[in-house]
Design a protein around this ligand. Structure first.
Ligand SMILES: Cc1cc2nc3c(=O)[nH]c(=O)nc-3n(C[C@H](O)[C@H](O)[C@H](O)COP(=O)(O)OP(=O)(O)OC[C@H]3O[C@@H](n4cnc5c(N)ncnc54)[C@H](O)[C@@H]3O)c2cc1C
Length: 382
């Protein structure tokens, strides 16, 4: 057995990297362990962009956490010197009483978040790309402070800053065993056993394999995203469009991020569906995108923004890890004193990564947090 760490964090995706970042900056001796490499494309945190927004329709309880996350994203961007956040705004569309529109309005009014309601008849003046929207939309809402974050860059920035503060990150090492003893925690990866005062588990879609003791029925769902290149050259219009989240009649909502090409990433408007996806396991997921999946993305986008309709020129597969109620799990592991977990981010967790890391650092060091995250405890499923 080698040296004793203050904290070991398993899984260097969004949440684990953020936990390592906070722990290292607090002077902890921290070891991060990742089975692949930082910024890899086999989990839930790849694809060049993740929408960030504050008028949270999923539940207004998330808003204080989002506000803290915003502060931390800015801090990370400043410290790293890398461009991580793009505030292009976000356009929501749907029926007045729908979960999305009613929920955005409720959160925005409750927490004083700036938004603009736009009648469908006036959308062509404001955002011409959506002028001929073919779904039954009663209201558009624009949230100007929203936008998107670069996930791979953000993960690398958090880990680089953590390493500058003394963290060690071991990549290409899969944890196959961990055990909490009375005075410490043991973790075995790649045949090497390490021990620490505390353990933080952030295994994403691999949670069912790594944290069987967690009594939460998690379901992984396969997600396909495509990058649309408009048929005609409408580069100006597609650059000027905001990110969007639109309800569709009889189908999962569609979201998208404007053309945001980045080194090593496809260019085009990134489009995906939120709220469907075949059940899968992290290791046996089908990573081949089928022709009918491409065609579904092209057709749905052509109904939303006919003037920008085009072909999917790149695609990838990603995973959601869903809980029964659509809300995250951030807590200590049941019946354990030294082990915490963050999982079940249900396809909307990335924007929270910095504040989740802060909560996890609190749990690892003090066993509790002052951040308002009680509504995300695992015992709600007991
Ligand atoms: C297509 C798609 C679109 C999304 N869009 C948005 C969005 O617009 N906005 C938003 O906020 N959120 C979005 N999300 C959700 C968000 O990306 C996820 O909630 C978030 O990335 C989850 O982070 P994580 O750290 O839990 O998982 P991951 O980032 O997948 O990290 C888990 C890590 O643990 C590692 N690991 C697992 N088991 C082991 C082991 N035994 N040993 C060592 N390492 C291990 C994995 O390799 C992986 O790196 C989207 C998700 C998808 C799939």
């Amino acid at each position: 057995m080698s040296q004793k760490w203050d904290v070991i964090v398993v899984g260097m995706g969004a949440m684990g990297s953020a936990a390592v970042w906070h722990l290292a900056r607090r002077g902890m001796r921290v070891l991060g362990i990742e089975q692949f490499s930082r910024g890899h494309n086999r989990g839930s945190s790849h694809g060049g962009s993740r929408i960030i927004r504050n008028a949270y329709f999923e539940h207004s309880n998330y808003v204080p956490l989002l506000r803290r996350s915003d502060v931390l994203w800015n801090e990370l961007e400043e410290r790293s010197g890398a461009k991580l956040i793009h505030r292009c705004g976000l356009l929501y569309g749907g029926l007045h009483a729908s979960e999305v529109i009613a929920g955005v309005r409720h959160s925005a009014l409750l927490h004083g978040i700036q938004f603009e309601s736009i009648e469908p008849a006036k959308i062509s003046n404001r955002f011409p790309a959506f002028a001929k929207y073919a779904e039954p939309i009663e209201e558009f809402i624009f949230e100007p402070h929203a936008g998107f974050v670069r996930p791979e860059r953000a993960i690398c920035a958090m880990l680089a800053d953590a390493e500058e503060n003394g963290a060690i990150v071991r990549e290409g090492a899969a944890v196959d065993h961990w055990h909490e003893r009375a005075d410490f925690v043991e973790v075995t990866a790649g045949g090497i056993t390490e021990c620490a005062d505390a353990l933080v588990l952030c295994p994403g879609a691999w949670t069912p394999e790594l944290a069987r003791e967690l009594n939460v029925p998690l379901v992984n769902a396969r997600q396909v995203i495509g990058w649309i290149t408009p048929y005609e050259s409408r580069q100006d219009e597609s650059n000027a469009m905001p990110a969007f989240f639109m309800e569709r009649e009889g189908g999962a909502s569609m979201y998208g991020v404007p053309t945001a090409s980045d080194q090593g990433m496809p260019s085009g408007i990134k489009v995906g569906f939120h709220g469907d996806g075949q059940e899968c396991t992290a290791d046996s997921i089908d990573r081949v995108v089928r022709a009918e999946e491409i065609s579904a993305i092209e057709k749905a986008f052509a109904r939303a923004a006919p003037s920008l309709a085009g072909a999917v020129t790149a695609s990838t597969v990603c995973m959601y890890t869903n809980t029964p109620d659509g809300h995250f799990v951030i807590d200590r592991m049941p019946r354990l004193r030294r082990t915490s977990i963050a999982c079940g981010f249900c396809g909307h967790g990335f924007k929270f990564a910095p504040v989740v890391g802060e909560i996890l650092a609190d749990l690892a060091m003090r066993g509790e947090t002052n951040l308002p995250a009680d509504f995300l405890r695992q015992n709600r499923f007991a």
